[in-house]
Write a protein that binds this ligand. Structure first.
Ligand SMILES: Cc1cc2nc3c(=O)[nH]c(=O)nc-3n(C[C@H](O)[C@H](O)[C@H](O)COP(=O)(O)OP(=O)(O)OC[C@H]3O[C@@H](n4cnc5c(N)ncnc54)[C@H](O)[C@@H]3O)c2cc1C
Length: 395
């Protein structure tokens, strides 16, 4: 059995990019269908990003999704960098730029987006299998998928690939032979642990320890998120909670570790680090957005924010098309989005290079990292540039 239906914009993937695009287009009266291969529970439970740029916060407020974020999110006016045993260097975001970031987990952003979509009545198809896109270089693209053994064909004016790094949309674009994939991988990963314990510090700490990077982050005043640099060959099963806490305490050093609260983990996972950009982001009536088009190592807290920035540009272009009939802004999406993406890629690569221990690092490499820290510590101009990049002030 096969069914067929139509919508204006078919969105593949119900992560932050797909749900956000659906929400913004819905506010403008544009019909969307979101097709997602996972269950709603699976999507809602993913633990990922946690730091929202000022522009992301403003956008979520503008589109009516800021109520819970304003009540429960934690505005942060700064963060600290530590190099080995040197005193922490506080980057005073507020003092340097007048702006702050908001600590509000991706899980919460996703929950707000899912609730808004449900309340709007716009359709989301969860647990779709065999998702494929067709004829996207023509004026009549479509998406096919199976649900409960029934095949469906969804016709649309546009298909938007919001299906993340492992999705089908970029793979289909690649088959045109016109997609360039530009990539750098890193020889280490991040072991993350989430626990219901108060954070060791009220602001984030990014640190380069002689035995590897660590990050002290949080999701709320009672929920902490910590990361340790680990080998790519390492396995979560090798890390009992006790081992994780002991290693974190060791890297923190006795003074800072005295403020560390430990407890059972709610989640532990290892994430590889990658810099990746697909060029271009448009193939006829197919557009790539969010992780489908680019990946950053999480050191600069840019992944989710870049996804939101893509959707901001793309939603404006789609609304212009439907209200004025002009495709100019759609045709400019790829160039405009990529300009921002590459600035965020540079910053995320730089933070990663500064803060990690690299295999085969020579004493020269280590001293250069230390010198980079010391130069930063003594330069108001460099701290301002860092603060602007962390806040996503790229324009
Ligand atoms: C483990 C991990 C940790 C991260 N930590 C951080 C962090 O600390 N800070 C930060 O800024 N960023 C972090 N990121 C990046 C951030 O989470 C992403 O940038 C953000 O999720 C991008 O949103 P998205 O909607 O574009 O992609 P995704 O969140 O990946 O969503 C894509 C959606 O598409 C669905 N999908 C995939 N294939 C198909 C298909 N064939 N058909 C239909 N649906 C499909 C997926 O199930 C998923 O729901 C992390 C990412 C990962 C993977």
């Amino acid at each position: 059995m096969q069914t067929s239906r139509s919508t204006q914009v078919a969105i593949v993937g119900a992560g932050p990019s797909g749900l956000l695009l659906g929400h913004v287009l819905g506010l403008a009266g544009i019909d969307t269908v979101v097709i997602e291969r996972q269950s709603a529970d699976h999507v809602a439970a993913r633990i990922r990003a946690g730091v929202l740029e000022d522009a992301t916060v403003s956008f979520l407020n503008e589109i009516g999704l800021g109520t819970r974020m304003q009540a429960e999110g934690l505005p942060h006016d700064g963060f600290s960098l530590i190099y080995e045993d040197t005193p922490p260097l506080r980057i005073d975001l507020k003092g340097l730029t007048g702006r702050s970031v908001m600590v509000y987990g991706q899980t919460e952003v996703t929950r707000d987006l899912m609730q808004a979509r449900k309340a709007s009545g716009a359709p989301t198809v969860y647990e779709a299998s065999s998702v494929a896109i067709h004829d996207f270089e023509s004026a009549t693209p479509s998406v096919s998928y199976s649900l409960d053994g029934v095949s469906h064909q969804l016709h649309a004016d546009f298909v938007i690939g919001c299906d993340g790094y492992h999705g089908v949309c970029r793979a289909a674009a690649k088959a045109t032979g016109r997609l360039h994939e530009i990539e750098r991988t890193y020889p280490f990963g991040w072991l993350g642990l989430l626990a219901d314990v108060p954070p060791v510090s009220h602001e984030l700490i990014y640190a380069n320890h002689a035995d590897g990077f660590y990050l002290c982050s949080m999701r709320s005043p009672t929920r902490s998120r910590y990361y340790l640099q680990c080998s790519l060959e390492d396995r979560v099963e090798n890390w009992s909670d006790d081992r994780f806490w002991a290693e974190l305490a060791r890297r923190l050093g006795p003074d800072r570790a005295s403020a560390l609260s430990t407890g059972p983990s709610l989640e532990k996972s290892i994430a590889p680090l990658r810099s990746f950009v697909a060029e271009p982001l448009q193939f006829g009536r197919l557009f790539l957005a969010g992780d489908a088009g680019h990946i950053v190592p999480p050191t600069g807290a840019k992944g989710l924010n870049l996804a939101v920035a893509d959707i901001r540009v793309l939603s404006e272009a789609l609304i212009t098309f439907y209200t004025k009939g002009s495709e100019d802004r759609l045709n400019g999406y790829s160039e405009l989005a990529l300009a921002r993406i590459w600035k965020a890629e540079r910053f995320s690569w730089w933070m990663t290079s500064l803060l990690h221990k690299f295999d085969g690092q020579t004493l020269f490499d280590r001293r250069i990292q230390a010198a980079e820290f010391n130069t930063l510590a003594s330069s108001h101009a460099l701290q301002t540039a860092l603060a602007e990049a962390y806040l996503g002030i790229f324009d």
